[in-house]
Write a protein that binds this ligand. Structure first.
Ligand code: NAI
Ligand code: ISE
Length: 335
């Protein structure tokens, strides 16, 4: 198989991470063109891989030497680049969220269905994380019986002033929204968000922490604590309570150390290292599938249903009530 020539739109934090892994770690692809509205970020990224800098997203997508596109810009800019890639008939990997509104996600689904070929993969990398995969294997074995309850926590050490209440859903819980329906193999029907006492480390436009509750068609209740100013580190937890036993996600593996009259274990500080193994597998499999002309990861439909669920959670942040989630039937194109 040849080398997949990749164009990257958006070269901030995760854009540079993915460019570095494609260039230095993974096989079968090379970054040939990049763009960013921020010149400094474009220059940093160009230095990582030696790619040329194009003027804008259309310049990258439509470049004749670009075989496939990696979208790592801000969420609100995703839809434009993904739609450009579909129009050009080029495979596109889009970081989460697929788009910031369900309406834009649906536009992408409709454009992909109309073009008649699956091209879009969404960056829900947790499906490639070893811990979640081990849990899924145990659930699917049937040995533990039916899943009944899922308890999760998504904690970030801290966020900036630009991070506001709805982002706890669109930016953060969106990972659990995708992963958990995949993990238990069921669709969501209702959503609710409960807020209470806020941490003193938050600010006027951010309720923190928040408790999100999702209910599935089969009656499974899922609770997700989102706490983005927890201060102590980056902490992702998941425990599935089944009829015959409990399955808990393994903690990342660090040595227990003894020092200064203290016994302790390090906690990750951010997503870059916590999920670095998952990103490696995710992007390598995207390269491999794309070279074969296939899409094997989370689809545009998954991006759309996650956005519909996110909208219901955000509505509940405003109403406090239990909100319905209605996505309609999965088109046969995505079955
Ligand atoms: P960032 O702010 O560090 O980088 C975004 C970059 O996109 C910036 O350099 C910005 O100038 C650029 N940009 C914005 N609009 C653009 C446009 N129209 N054309 C070209 N460049 C544009 O943000 P970060 O953390 O890298 O996040 C990027 C995306 O990746 C977001 O959608 C975020 O939700 C997602 N993400 C996913 C993670 C995961 O765990 N899968 C982790 C972190 C981010
Ligand atoms: C960030 O955008 C990510 O995707 C991280 O995985 C998540 O933990 C964080 O809360 C988001 O802001």
């Amino acid at each position: 198989m040849g080398t997949l020539k990749v164009g990257v739109v958006g070269t901030g934090a995760i854009g540079q991470e993915h460019i570095a892994r494609i260039t230095n770690k993974l096989v079968g692809a090379a970054v040939v063109a990049i763009t960013d509205v921020n010149d400094a970020n474009a220059k940093k990224a160009a230095a990582l891989c030696g790619a040329r800098v194009e003027k804008d997203s259309a310049g990258v997508v439509n470049a004749p030497d670009v075989d496939a596109v990696l979208v790592c810009s801000w969420g609100p800019a995703h839809a434009e680049s993904v739609l450009q890639a579909i129009a050009a008939g080029k495979p596109v990997f889009c970081e989460k969220p697929l788009a910031t509104t369900a309406k834009d996600c649906k536009k992408i689904v409709d454009a992909e269905v109309a073009c008649g070929k699956q091209l879009v993969q969404v960056g829900f990398m947790r499906r490639y994380d070893k811990g979640y995969l081990q849990m899924k294997e145990l659930i699917d074995s049937g040995e533990f019986g039916e899943p009944l309850l899922v308890h999760c926590a998504h904690r970030n050490a801290e966020v900036g002033e630009s991070y506001v209440t709805p982002m706890a859903v669109y930016d953060t819980a969106i990972h659990e929204i995708d992963t958990l329906q995949w993990l238990v193999g069921d669709d969501y029907v209702t959503a609710q968000v409960i807020t209470g006492k806020d941490t003193k480390h938050s600010h006027a436009k951010l309720r923190d922490p928040q408790m999100m509750i999702l209910r599935t068609k089969g009656g499974i209740t899922i609770d997700i604590e989102v706490f983005v100013n927890c201060k102590f580190g980056y902490d992702i937890e998941c425990e599935v309570c089944c009829e015959e036993g409990i399955i808990k996600m393994p903690e990342p593996n660090f040595p227990t150390v003894r020092k200064d009259m203290n016994r302790s274990v390090y906690i990750e500080q951010d997503w870059k290292r916590r999920f670095s193994g998952a990103y490696d597998v995710e992007i390598q499999e995207w390269i491999n599938s794309t070279l074969k002309g296939e899409v094997n990861g989370p689809t545009a439909w998954d991006g759309y249903t996650a956005a519909v669920t996110a909208d219901a959670l955000v509505k509940s942040q405003e109403t406090g009530g239990i909100e319905p989630i209605t996505t309609g039937e999965r088109p046969s194109f995505y079955k």
